[in-house]
Design a protein around this ligand. Structure first.
Ligand code: FES
Length: 174
C-alpha cells in the first residue's frame, strides 16, 4: 500500500519538490514514526536508511507533517554529524578516531587517508567511489587502528594497508 502523506498530496506543491522515490521514502518514514514521541529523529533516520541521505528538500515536507518549523528540522539535520544531506559514495569508510586507536597510529592513518582520498571527513571522492567518515570506537580497541569499509571491519590498518584496501574496494566495482 502506498504511504499516505500528506492529505492533499496530488495538489501539494511541497510534494512535487521531491522526486517520487524520495517522496515515497519520506512518506513511509512519516507513516511509521510521525505519531511517536521524538518523531523527528526517527523520521530522519528512516529516510537516511532508505535513501542513504536526507535530501534538503525533505526538510519542508517533514516540518509540515510534524508541525515543526523548517529551522527546527534543519537544525536537527545539521546538528548530528551522522546525517548526510548528499548521497554517500559507493563505499563508506569509517575511520576510528577514538583514544585507543589514536594511541597506536590512528592520527597518522587519518592524515594519510585524507591525503590519499583528497577529501576531509564527510567528504566524497570526486569519482563518487568513497566517502570518508569518522567513527568513535568500533569495538576493536585491542587491534587498532580500526576502520570499517561498508560493513566490514579491518584491524591494525597501516597507511600502506589502507591504500591496498582502497584499491581493492575501488577495483572491485563493476
Ligand atoms: S578505540 Fe578504535 S576501535 Fe575502539
Amino acid at each position: 500500500m502506498e504511504p499516505s502523506l500528506p492529505e492533499t498530496r496530488e495538489h501539494d506543491p511541497l510534494t512535487s519538490i521531491l522526486p517520487p522515490e524520495q517522496m515515497a521514502a519520506v512518506a513511509a518514514a512519516l507513516d511509521a514514526f510521525a505519531a511517536e514521541p521524538g518523531a523527528l529523529l526517527e523520521v530522519l533516520h528512516a529516510v537516511q536508511q532508505r535513501l542513504g541521505h536526507v535530501p534538503p528538500a525533505a526538510v519542508a515536507v517533514v516540518a509540515r507533517a510534524l508541525n515543526l518549523s523548517r529551522a527546527e528540522v534543519h537544525g536537527v539535520l545539521t546538528f548530528y554529524p551522522d546525517f548526510r544531506q548528499t548521497p554517500p559514495g559507493r563505499h563508506v569508510v569509517r575511520l576510528c578516531r577514538a583514544e585507543a586507536c589514536q594511541a597506536v597510529g590512528a592520527r597518522a592513518l587519518e592524515a594519510h587517508a585524507r591525503r590519499a582520498l583528497g577529501v576531509d571527513f564527510h567528504g566524497t571522492t570526486t569519482d563518487g567511489s568513497v566517502t570518508l567518515e569518522a567513527a568513535y570506537c568500533l569495538g576493536n580497541c585491542a587491534c587498532g587502528p580500526s576502520l570499517l569499509i561498508d560493513e566490514t571491519l579491518h584491524a591494525r590498518v597501516s597507511p600502506s594497508r589502507f591504500d591496498a584496501l582502497m584499491r581493492q574496494a575501488r577495483g572491485g566495482e563493476a
